[in-house]
Design a protein around this ligand. Sequence first.
Ligand code: THU
Length: 140
Amino acid sequence: MSDNMRRDALIAEARRAREDAYAPYSGLSIGATLAFADGTLVTGANVENASYGLSVCAETAAVVKAMGEGHRGGLEAVVIYADTPEPISPCGRCRQVLNELAALGDTDPIVWCANDGDVTQARLSHLLPHAFGLDSLRQT
Ligand code: THU
């Protein structure tokens, strides 16, 4: 499978996952796909709450699902899909949450942000430079 075909397959998964979003407050449904080195794909969608601040983003939902299924590292790629005029880039909290999972396997996943027609691409380390992680907690 070519790189573009793989990318498009991951985008299609995120697009499908978006259908499971629960977003009655913002009206913004988002889907995410995580792709692992062993070929596993884990998807997530945003889940909102009447207490707005408790809402969970699609990427964070996917990370929690993946780690709850035993994934520790091996994160190669991330897709965020929304039907917005411009592709949505992960929020700061999601960058941090993604970094924790990626750091466990010492990978720097490619992050594709897509809508119906456009895709942007960046490495997680570019979106979250100087990340705070496990190593940052070491004390002298
Ligand atoms: N949202 C995500 O799912 N991912 C992001 O990276 C940014 C924001 C969701 C949270 C909320 O349900 C809706 O988008 C509006 O903020």
